[in-house]
Design a protein around this ligand. Structure first.
Ligand SMILES: Cc1cc2nc3c(=O)[nH]c(=O)nc-3n(C[C@H](O)[C@H](O)[C@H](O)COP(=O)(O)OP(=O)(O)OC[C@H]3O[C@@H](n4cnc5c(N)ncnc54)[C@H](O)[C@@H]3O)c2cc1C
Ligand SMILES: Nc1ncnc2c1ncn2[C@@H]1O[C@H](COP(=O)(O)OP(=O)(O)OP(=O)(O)O)[C@@H](O)[C@H]1O
Length: 568
């Protein structure tokens, strides 16, 4: 399978794949592996959230108090395991809550599954890039801290869940493994294997009868509250939104007990791993935004965006921006890892509307979260077709898989500053604005004619907020193979540049060589910049355009899993 980027070669996790139970080297202090022990970068990097550690602790403690109840009573027996997946939080975590209710002791576990550090399906990119891995490490560290504060801890195990969990269930005599339900085939197959592994435990020691309980928890609207059967989910977003808004209510957050302990007695809970244990090298964020992983940071970001800076009240006017932390909520990395519950965001929006103001902007954050729900539910309805070239609509289209051309897009060398700046932001920070994502998607698919799955898989590698449903859902939508009622949604670069970066500030931030140019030349700098690798499909960039068909990058196709892709 082709691995594209020679500098990404150390991503392979051969060591861990060969020795799945490899004991991690101990690094017990987060400082030892965080960027804070490294030299400060020379240029300004915005930490998100921008709160200092004391403020973050205070905000997190206050939010925990608000969503905690002392009146819940536990009435279970024995040991229950919580298998943490993409729900790396304590608040509003139904799997954790149910495990606590049904037991006397809770064992929280996270499995570092080597498959997460393998390759993407068709094109062999790293499945998890270094920036998202760092975000995961920070999230685990924070989860361990928050669980410990509540009388538990987090057992971090190296290996496949289907091997780790049955073995733990047997050792600790657990009656149930609780986990958040996933919806895409890779995760569903792991769920099946875990169930199978637990059944084997029953055969080996019939007194011990552990089973897997999967609990819905990723969306704002609960799947059981939808006003239609999931097989009848409306295909068009607006119909879905109107239907749920009219007929469903968002459930309130689960109030968690103040103490979740005790945990079974375990001598060595282990430490949070460092990046080299995933076979990855630390990547310093040198420009743009550095997101801090974990539930405490997520709660800090809500506080900063809603209450401290009052940005929620102007969200609808700013949300299409591209530069800096303030134009949008930036909740997505925490929502994707489950450090933040969408219901908690909903409840905080409602509290803000009551205590400060309700307007179009406060509503619009919920409107966007409904998009997130929509893509999640679509994955249940459409299954793997979300990942197939023809998408849910099974549309036939001949895509190019030209490697060299794709690489100009991936590396930000297309000759179009708006594309190049966005792609550089993605590889430097693991984030790109929603506006940017739509523009680079349209360019790859419609101007370059490249297979949308190459773009989607590159996003899968890089994004901090990577989440299969939103990523592949948006890519199929942008590529015209999803359920977009508008055919051929083309994003014209000159028009997007004029509307969303009229002064060229964004492109000059990411491409410093443009800073000395007059503002009106920054998007089409002609000879002062790289040659454009392809002409625009609906060009019209007038005198600024510098395309020359002979300069178009041409190269070989990818090896990848061509046959599999093209048969659809
Ligand atoms: C090609 C492409 C790929 C994408 N891949 C992902 C992905 O892997 N993971 C991901 O979370 N989002 C993805 N998005 C959606 C969107 O770009 C990000 O959610 C958003 O930019 C995150 O920034 P924010 O939290 O500041 O968003 P805000 O504008 O503040 O929105 C609030 C929240 O609403 C949700 N949301 C907003 N827009 C969308 C959308 N179009 N689809 C789904 N949810 C949305 C997100 O959870 C977001 O955090 C993708 C969009 C495109 C066009
Ligand atoms: N969490 C995920 N992240 C990324 N991709 C995923 C995820 N879950 C499933 N997929 C994708 O789903 C697809 C499953 O493969 P495939 O389409 O071949 O299965 P299938 O529909 O069962 O195929 P077949 O009908 O040939 O058996 C792959 O493209 C895989 O990458």
């Amino acid at each position: 399978m082709a691995v594209l980027h020679s500098s990404l070669a150390p991503y392979s996790l051969k060591k861990l794949i060969l020795i799945p139970h490899l004991k991690p080297r101990k690094i017990c202090h987060f400082q030892a592996m965080s960027s804070s022990s490294r030299p400060e970068p020379a240029v300004l990097v915005h930490k998100v959230p921008g709160l200092n550690p004391d403020e973050m602790d205070r905000v997190s403690d206050q939010t925990f108090q608000r969503y905690t109840s002392s009146s819940v009573k536990r009435n279970g027996n024995g040991v229950a395991i919580v298998w943490f997946r993409n729900d790396l939080r304590v608040l509003d975590n139904e799997a954790l809550y149910k495990a606590w209710l049904s037991s006397r002791e809770v064992l929280p576990v996270y499995c570092i599954d080597p498959r997460l550090f393998g390759s993407t399906y068709y094109f062999g990119f790293p499945k998890t890039g270094a920036l998202r891995a760092q975000f995961l490490v920070e999230s685990l560290f924070d989860l361990k801290k928050n669980l410990t504060k509540r009388g538990l801890n987090l057992l971090i195990q190296y290996g496949k869940p289907e091997e780790v969990l049955p073995s733990l269930a047997k050792t600790y005599g657990a009656h149930t493994v609780y986990a958040q339900k996933e919806t895409c085939s890779e995760e569903l197959s792991v769920e099946k294997l875990v169930s199978k592994g637990l059944r084997r435990v029953v055969l080996q020691s019939p007194a011990n009868n552990p089973n897997l309980q999967l609990i819905w928890g990723t969306t704002m609207y609960h799947i059981e509250d939808l006003p239609f059967d999931i097989s009848c989910l409306p295909d068009v977003y607006t119909q879905f939104r109107k239907s749920v808004e009219a007929k469903c209510t968002v459930r309130g957050c689960i109030k968690m007990p103040a103490s979740l302990g005790p945990a079974p007695s375990i001598e060595d809970w282990g430490c949070v791993p460092s990046l080299d244990q995933f076979g990855l090298q630390h990547q310093n964020v040198s420009l743009g935004m550095k997101f801090v992983g974990g539930e405490s940071a997520a709660l800090g970001r809500i506080n900063e965006y809603f209450w401290k800076k009052d940005l929620l009240s102007i969200y609808k006017k700013t949300r299409n921006g591209m530069l800096g932390p303030d134009y949008s909520t930036k909740f997505s990395p925490w929502l994707a890892s489950g450090s933040l519950s969408p219901r908690l965001v909903h409840e905080e929006v409602k509290r803000y509307e009551k205590e400060r103001q309700a307007n179009d902007s406060t509503y619009w954050v919920l409107f966007e979260l409904i998009w997130r729900d929509y893509f999640r539910f679509l994955s249940v309805k459409y299954g793997n077709s979300l990942f197939h070239p023809g998408g849910p609509r099974k549309l036939e289209h001949r895509w190019s898989q030209e490697k060299t051309l794709f690489e100009t897009w991936r590396d930000g060398h297309t000759g179009y500053p708006l594309i190049d700046a966005n792609m550089k932001e993605l590889s430097t920070t693991g984030f790109m604005s929603n506006r940017g994502r739509q523009i680079v998607c349209s360019f790859l698919v419609r101007d370059m004619g490249i297979d949308w799955r190459m773009g989607a898989e590159w996003f899968e590698t890089c994004l901090l907020d990577y989440e299969p449903c939103s990523n592949y859902g948006n890519w199929t939508y942008g590529a015209g193979v999803g359920n977009d009622p508008r055919e051929d949604r083309y994003f014209s670069i000159p028009k997007q540049a004029q509307n969303y970066d009229p002064e060229g500030e964004y492109v000059a931030y990411w491409l410093p060589q443009l800073q000395s140019l007059p503002k009106d030349k920054r998007h089409f700098p002609g000879m002062a910049y790289i040659k454009q690798v392809v002409p625009l499909k609906f060009g019209n960039a007038g005198k600024y355009q510098n395309h020359d068909k002979t300069s178009t990058a041409r190269g070989t196709n990818f090896g990848g899993r061509q046959a599999k892709g093209s048969r659809r």
